[in-house]
Design a protein around this ligand. Structure first.
Ligand code: HEM
Length: 196
């Protein structure tokens, strides 16, 4: 089974439409690289994905934590959920490699672009979590969906992104920041996660 975010479902508006369009190709590539859905999925692959994502999310969230206070949205550390999932597998996060080539977090536009990627991943994460439960019997908090709150939270993030773009006239910079977040993650996964 593959899930494709390709803009073929209901039209989005404003910044959401732009962000989705600009990042749909890299999203598809990441889905393929991560390889977490489909009959070939193994517990080893799942563990490798958790380790790779922890190595990206932990340093990025450490950087974002302060900048995030400029948003009206609560900060959720998804890295600790990856850690929790690894501990459930009997693995530790000690001495895991950490990504150093991270997207910028200096401006509101930078934060908005990264927020789109990390919070959007939580939407897809719900789908991935169900798949992992069905195939491997694990209870994954992977990508950190927030249960019933996930959709409402994403709507809140999108509203803040629209507002930030309008006030700062920085829509282009937000799209560039989202693309850069996806690009740094993709390069990190190329180094750390064997392709499927
Ligand atoms: C196996 C890998 C993945 C699968 C199967 C997957 C699947 C999905 C699905 C089904 C959605 C749509 C959810 C909905 O509309 O309710 C989605 C959205 C999204 N995902 Fe993924 N995803 C994967 C990996 C990732 C990764 C690694 C990231 C980035 C860290 C990511 C970022 C996003 C974003 C930003 C959206 C929001 C798209 C929008 O604007 O609506 N996804 N994903």
């Amino acid at each position: 089974m593959r899930f494709v975010v390709d803009g073929s479902d209901p039209p989005r508006t404003g910044m959401h439409a732009r962000l989705r369009h600009a990042t749909s190709a890299v999203h598809r590539r990441l889905e393929r690289r991560v390889g977490l859905v489909g009959p070939a999925l193994t517990i080893e692959r799942y563990g490798a994905v958790l380790r790779a994502f922890f190595g990206y999310y932990a340093p990025l969230e450490a950087r974002l934590a302060a900048a995030w206070s400029r948003t009206p949205i609560s900060f959720v550390r998804r890295a600790s959920r990856f850690e929790h999932d690894l501990v459930e597998l009997g693995q530790s996060v000690d001495r895991l490699p950490m990504c150093v080539e991270l997207p910028a977090t200096a401006t509101n536009a930078d934060v908005a672009g990264s927020a789109y990627v990390l919070e959007g991943a939580a939407l897809g994460g719900q789908v991935i979590g169900r798949e992992l439960g069905a195939r491997l019997g694990v209870r994954a908090s992977l990508f950190g969906g927030d249960g019933q709150e996930t959709d409402a939270r994403f709507a809140e993030v999108l509203a803040w992104i629209d507002d930030t773009a309008a006030k700062g006239r920085c829509g282009d910079s937000i799209v560039a920041a989202a693309c850069d977040t996806f690009a740094t993650l993709e390069r990190w996964l190329e180094h750390t996660l064997e392709a499927r």
